[in-house]
Design a protein around this ligand. Sequence first.
Ligand SMILES: C[S@@+](CC[C@H](N)C(=O)[O-])C[C@H]1O[C@@H](n2cnc3c(N)ncnc32)[C@H](O)[C@@H]1O
Length: 349
Amino acid sequence: MGVAPNSLRRHGELNALPDLRDFQFTFEFQNAIEPDISMRVVDDDESLSDSVLDYPEEFGRTYHAYHAGSYVYPNDLTEQERLALQGPIIKKLFDDRLYFAPLSRSNPPQFILDIATGVGDWAVEMGDLFPSSRIVGTDLSPIQPSMVPPNVEFYVEDSSEPWNYTDKFGYIHTRLTAGCWGSFETEIAQQAFDALEPGGWFEAQETEAVFGCDDGTLDPNGPMCTWFHEMRMASEKLNRPAILGSNLKEIFERVGFVDVEQLVFRMPLNAWPRDERLKDLGWMWGQNFSQGLNGFSIQLLNRAYGRSQHEIELSLVRVREELLNPHVHAYMPIFVVFGRKPFDGEIVE
Ligand SMILES: C[S@@+](CC[C@H](N)C(=O)[O-])C[C@H]1O[C@@H](n2cnc3c(N)ncnc32)[C@H](O)[C@@H]1O
């Protein structure tokens, strides 16, 4: 039983809103939905100064205010919505996993750090998964929700700067941060190594600014490949290299992590795969990527090549067309690399 038809009629006048208390809901619980009082509501003004919220505007988008100019993708609602969908798509690709490092469920890391947390969805889910752990998420933009589990905290921070944490972490995580750093190795991997307790794990889940295709349906000189080539060149020019995933394993090993493992996933770029799960993933990723194209490109290509907004937007029309064409069997590689900080005195080969 869904709704009582009488209630619908009674409230049927134009613009009149139905009183939802009149409906018999089909929930297994008859009573009202109870709020989760364990969720902490953080007052937005609690710790944020105006300067952090004073987002610069350009090309009809807003960008981070703290250390403005460091990161070329926007932080407005359009981008926040895209990020909020991107995390669940990645999780689906990972068969519903948030992490691959061998964390103990019965004795989980006490202190977990998510670098460049974005809208904080990963940190919040980890908070639910490990209620006895404390999860800290940091980002240049304060775009995280204000209602969070009690064990989750967010801070505005520039993670390319020296980290000053007093406690050591048991697990540190990054996801989709290519293009954020001048050097992932020195700014992130080395600092993560130093900030971990012995035996703690560092995991990076990162993509690569290349498209793959195994059957020749993606034109290497077509709009998509040309766009990605230009994005890579522009990122290099602005000292924010976009090639990251394929370098991770070597970086982890150089920095001193042991038991380093690498997994590589293929994320299809539209609904071309026959397999239903991959078809769904491809459809969602294609839509998400297409929605992000403007934000990925506009400031980067303007800064690097002096192109106008109009010129950039025009070039994206053809990229979008090719991206969503199911005859083009393209995918993006997603690299997951994790490694352990050795224990004191451990002999490392
Ligand atoms: C593509 S988003 C990914 C967010 C999140 N990790 C996820 O998987 O949804 C990259 C994030 O990195 C943040 N970021 C960029 N440079 C940063 C820096 N130097 N320090 C901290 N955060 C940074 C951006 O503000 C943005 O939220």
